[in-house]
Design a protein around this ligand. Structure first.
Ligand SMILES: *[C@@H]1O[C@H](CO)[C@@H](O)[C@H](O)[C@H]1NC(C)=O
Ligand SMILES: *[C@@H]1O[C@H](CO)[C@@H](O)[C@H](O)[C@H]1NC(C)=O
Ligand SMILES: *[C@@H]1O[C@H](CO)[C@@H](O)[C@H](O)[C@H]1NC(C)=O
Ligand SMILES: *[C@@H]1O[C@H](CO)[C@@H](O)[C@H](O)[C@H]1NC(C)=O
Ligand SMILES: *[C@@H]1O[C@H](CO)[C@@H](O)[C@H](O)[C@H]1NC(C)=O
Ligand SMILES: *[C@@H]1O[C@H](CO)[C@@H](O)[C@H](O)[C@H]1NC(C)=O
Ligand SMILES: *[C@@H]1O[C@H](CO)[C@@H](O)[C@H](O)[C@H]1NC(C)=O
Ligand SMILES: *[C@@H]1O[C@H](CO)[C@@H](O)[C@H](O)[C@H]1NC(C)=O
Ligand SMILES: *[C@@H]1O[C@H](CO)[C@@H](O)[C@H](O)[C@H]1NC(C)=O
Ligand SMILES: *[C@@H]1O[C@H](CO)[C@@H](O)[C@H](O)[C@H]1NC(C)=O
Ligand SMILES: *[C@@H]1O[C@H](CO)[C@@H](O)[C@H](O)[C@H]1NC(C)=O
Length: 858
């Protein structure tokens, strides 16, 4: 009796608190009526996103008002029109916790809001976690008047980015227009809007505190202040905790208790008394069992959830992983068949399947192009094989185009019953599969070729150690193309060379690795050019200007030869040259003073180099009657001109290019190369038993050496030892072959040099085709005639008139204008190191307001 009463007493305040709060889940506000959901919430467990909201001009502002005091995840305000301040919506918001972040980074984002003038979050005390980004709100003031560092909970890991808003020079001051300088600095250094100082609680005292308290200080009794407490320094008296609250005290995390609403820690009893369920996984107090749990009633009549991973799990997409979360043992089988090659699923697999130790049935991995390894099963020990595929296979791996590795290094997964089946994994070396043999506990014999094919596995990979290297050099480069040249291939190898593949990707940093952590389908963004033939030169074009790329080269040869012939280069880097940028974007002008127009813009979409300056020019403009009809200019309706037509675009989307297995053309290409090589292939494999492929034989028929006939004719004779130096695939002729005669080493040497030269020539054909074009240089003098320019192969640098601002400034205030006039404004971006490196202008027409309008406003 006493105990339960005691318990009740303890619980009452909590239950009361929880009842009194109106708790809501994440809310997406897109239209006015969506505010209905938000209005009554005091606490949002989740995020609030206000995006693409268009407020009508006559909106009743009390309709927007909400009671929200806390948001546990993030707040996003994006692409709104007609919203002048967030103060209407969040007059009571005190805390953004940032538990889950937007794009895993941001907890507060205000981006591209046309009419937003103030943030106005007057009560906001803390943004506990995550970054802040307030960008490209052309009319937003009072951003630089906020002490963001004060708002950040942990300034060592949080950052704020404030850009492209209204210039503070063109914003009113905290104290209004006629601010008294002294007063301003004494009393209102920080504000959310005119006459609304930023709310700050008094900093705790630091003197006389134990050193362990650090910058958080202590209370009068010398007890360290809990830095999670936002409402004053006394750990016993904190009504608003930044992290978690446990029995009225602030704590950093829930220890031996359950998390409720991402902000409270409560015991399991308390959780059950709130009619909720304490969940052991992640120690959360939830209202429903997760998908892979079933609800049970425990001995005391309380609800619990029991983890249950039973059945056949078929994973095709990320969402299919939900029921597998936290599973340690799968009572059943797992099929992985990743059908959507664009979904970045590998990380999700690691998270969801990383705990699994045992699968009682089978594991089947099929048609999963994104997979490069099965290492996401990082804790798997056993596949029991209680249930088998075709009554035989416990591990079944078929048609995984990019699969290169199986288990994590140093991990053997025991397969208790059944055997393995591996086919059509062109990048998985046969040897790696054979290494699984010791793990097959019930298999008495060797793995059979019918179950694991040495042909369809690893055929596109460099397997074994006997790999030679290529050493590519950058021969020349311009803004969009690079010419690469390789060393000559020795003549005895040329015959088996089908061509080269050039792999390249944008690499801002020089930290690219060829195989690490790759998503098979181009989420690692490698692009590929195939160069069929023996030419050692290649040009990669359609590159982006002023961009660093990583590249490597790989040779292609018939699969039978891959041990000897596959050669690849190390990863190397190059940077394309700069070129003319595209015009500035989002040019936007407004006249609030009758003699001035303020112009803002965004940097070009394709800077193509280091933007060092912008040039602004303007002229009075007579509106044609047609323009007058269709457009309206001036400050009442700011006009967003469409971005001007852009440069020729070199945006190859990696998803849509490069060696996608489903791209038919790519397969057709390789198909032809294999066909080309076929005569060689068949001939050679008949002559040479596959076991003896380790060494390359350099056997030459001396008879024909002397006669100087093409080598291909020699190959015909079945009694001669084969040569693989044939450079052509023409049909063998039935030439008579005379008996070998004695040859001197000298003659042999002469012939060798001849052949060598021939193979060199073959590798160096069409040099002209690989020449990089360069723009002509700047003429020495600026008054050279067109004819002379052509003759001297130079260009004159055009002079562009206008006002110059530095490349990091994206606004310009035009002054001394006439009132009530249209002005046509031209803005160009200019890069360094390019002759005539200024973009075409972005153009905008804006009208200055009249002097009367100006006086009315101010
Ligand atoms: C907001 O909360 C107050 C009490 O804090 C309450 O009186 C009021 O009705 C609430 N408003 C709405 C719209 O829920
Ligand atoms: C705005 O709406 C509130 C209730 O939603 C109402 O009380 C108020 O009168 C309205 N104001 C105007 C100006 O319509
Ligand atoms: C700040 O973040 C770091 C890293 O997450 C953490 O170790 C540290 O305890 C945090 N400090 C505070 C005051 O929250
Ligand atoms: C300081 O200590 C005194 C005596 O122990 C106690 O009564 C008082 O509540 C304490 N004050 C705070 C702020 O903890
Ligand atoms: C608790 O905080 C409130 C407001 O910050 C204050 O008025 C009160 O005196 C504090 N109580 C103690 C015991 O510190
Ligand atoms: C390279 O470094 C950058 C920045 O340090 C990082 O964002 C990127 O993930 C790295 N890339 C690889 C492939 O390691
Ligand atoms: C771009 O130009 C500016 C000014 O000329 C210079 O300070 C900066 O270092 C340059 N940046 C790069 C990446 O070259
Ligand atoms: C605009 O029109 C007026 C009268 O039609 C003319 O005098 C003026 O020169 C024109 N200005 C421009 C820039 O064309
Ligand atoms: C443009 O339209 C306004 C009213 O719509 C009119 O007063 C003005 O004369 C027109 N100007 C021209 C150049 O057509
Ligand atoms: C690829 O080859 C098939 C038949 O072999 C043909 O039908 C198809 O058009 C080819 N595709 C391309 C892109 O060449
Ligand atoms: C770079 O060189 C290639 C090949 O000569 C040419 O097609 C391309 O137009 C050149 N790019 C530029 C920007 O000059």
């Amino acid at each position: 009796m006493w105990r339960s009463l005691f318990g009740l007493l303890l619980l009452c305040p909590l239950a009361a608190i929880i009842r009194a709060e109106n708790i809501c889940r994440s809310i997406e506000v897109r239209k006015l009526s969506d505010f209905d959901q938000l209005r009554n919430c005091s606490l949002v467990v989740g995020h609030v996103s206000i995006a693409n909201l268009q407020l009508p001009g006559n909106v009743n502002l009390t309709q927007l008002q909400t009671n929200v005091t806390e948001i546990t995840d993030y707040l996003l305000i994006y692409h709104t029109t007609g919203l002048l301040t967030a103060e209407y919506i969040f007059p009571k918001l005190r805390l953004i916790r940032g538990r889950e972040l937007l794009f895993n980074q941001y907890s507060f984002v205000v981006y591209e809001n046309r009419n937003l003038r103030e943030l106005g979050l007057l009560q906001l005390l803390r943004i506990q976690n995550g970054k802040i980004r307030i960008e490209n709100n052309p009319t937003l003031c009072y951003v630089d008047t906020i002490d963001w560092v004060y708002l950040l909970g942990n300034s060592t890991t949080q950052h704020f980015s404030i850009r492209g808003n209204r210039s503070p020079n063109h914003c009113p001051l905290c104290n209004g227009l006629d601010a008294d300088y002294d007063y301003l600095h004494k009393n209102m250094a920080y504000c959310w809007r005119i006459l609304a100082p930023q709310l700050k609680l008094t900093r705790p005292k630091v003197e006389g505190c134990p050193a362990s308290c650090g910058r958080f200080g202590c209370d009068v009794n010398g007890t360290c202040c809990d830095h999670n407490c936002l409402t004053g320094c006394s750990s016993q008296n904190c009504t608003l905790c930044g992290n978690y609250q446990r029995n009225g005290r602030c704590v950093n995390q829930c220890i031996a208790s359950y998390e409720l609403n991402k902000r409270l820690c409560i015991g399991s009893k308390e959780c059950q008394q709130l009619n909720l369920i304490p969940l052991a996984q992640g120690l959360r107090c939830v209202d429903q069992c997760p998908k892979n749990h079933k609800p049970i009633i425990d001995a005391n009549g309380g609800k619990q959830c029991d983890l249950e991973c039973r059945g056949l799990y078929h994973v095709k997409r990320i969402e299919d992983l939900k029921p597998l979360r936290d599973c340690v043992s799968i009572q059943g089988s797992l099929i992985i068949e990743l059908v959507d090659i664009k979904e970045p699923i590998v990380k999700a697999l690691e998270q969801a399947l990383g705990n699994i130790k045992e699968i009682t049935g089978y594991l089947k991995v099929i048609h999963s192009t994104p997979l490069m390894s099965l290492t996401f099963l990082s804790n798997l020990d056993t596949i029991r094989g209680d249930e088998l595929i075709e009554t035989k296979y416990a591990l079944y791996v078929v048609n995984n185009y990019h699969l290169e590795h199986i288990w994590p290094t140093n991990r053997q997964v025991a397969i208790q019953h059944g055997t393995i089946f591996f086919h059509l994994n062109p990048r998985l070396c046969y040897e790696k599969i054979l290494n699984l043999q010791p793990a097959l506990k019930s298999l008495k014999t060797e793995i059979s070729v019918a179950d694991v094919s040495p042909n369809s596995n690893g055929e596109r990979m460099i397997c074994g150690e006997d790999v030679s290297t290529l050493d590519p050099q950058i021969q020349d480069i311009n803004a969009t193309a690079v010419s690469i040249v390789l060393d000559f291939v020795k003549y005895e190898y040329v015959g088996n060379l089908i061509g080269y593949t050039y792999h390249y990707m944008e690499a801002p940093k020089r930290n690219i690795t060829m195989y690490d952590g790759r998503h098979g389908c181009g989420h690692d963004n490698w692009l590929m050019d195939v160069s069929i033939g023996k030419n050692r030169r290649h040009m990669i074009s359609n590159l982006k200007p002023y961009t660093q790329y990583a590249y490597f080269v790989k040779s292609m040869s018939p699969w039978d030869y891959h041990r000897q012939m596959e050669a690849y280069s190390k990863i190397q880097y190059f940077r394309t040259l700069p070129s003319k940028p595209s015009p500035p974007r989002r040019l936007y002008g407004i006249s609030e003073i009758h003699t001035q127009i303020m112009v803002h813009w965004w940097p070009p979409q394709r800077p193509n180099g280091n933007i060092t300056k912008y040039i602004i020019d303007y002229e009075l403009h007579n509106l044609t009657s047609e323009e007058n009809k269709t457009k309206s200019y001036g400050m009442e309706k700011p006009l967003f001109i469409n971005d001007p037509p852009n440069c020729e675009c070199n945006d190859q989307e990696p998803y849509y290019s490069g060696p996608q297995p489903e791209v038919e053309k790519y397969f057709n290409k390789t198909q032809t190369t294999y066909e080309e090589a076929l005569p060689n292939l068949i001939y050679v494999s008949r002559r040479r038993p596959p076991v003896k492929q380790d060494k390359f034989e350099k056997v030459v028929d001396f008879t024909d050496l002397i006669s100087g006939r093409p080598m291909s004719q020699v190959v015909e004779n079945p009694t001669t030892t084969t040569t693989t130096t044939t450079t052509t695939t023409e049909a063998p002729s039935s030439a008579n072959v005379t008996k070998p005669r004695e040859v001197t080493a000298e003659l042999y040497e002469i012939f060798r040099l001849q052949v060598e030269e021939r193979t060199r020539n073959i590798q160096d054909m069409d040099q002209e085709k690989f020449r990089i074009l360069h723009d002509p240089p700047k003429c020495h003098s600026s008054d050279v005639s067109v004819a002379n320019q052509l003759e001297q192969k130079c260009v004159v640098e055009e002079e562009i008139k206008g006002f110059v601002v530095p490349g990091n400034q994206q606004y310009y205030n035009m002054t001394n204008l006439l009132q009530n006039q249209y002005y046509r404004i031209y803005v160009r971006a200019c890069v360094d190191g390019v002759v005539n490196g200024c973009s075409n202008p972005a153009i905008l027409t804006v009208r200055t307001i009249s002097a009367e309008t100006f006086r009315e406003i101010y």
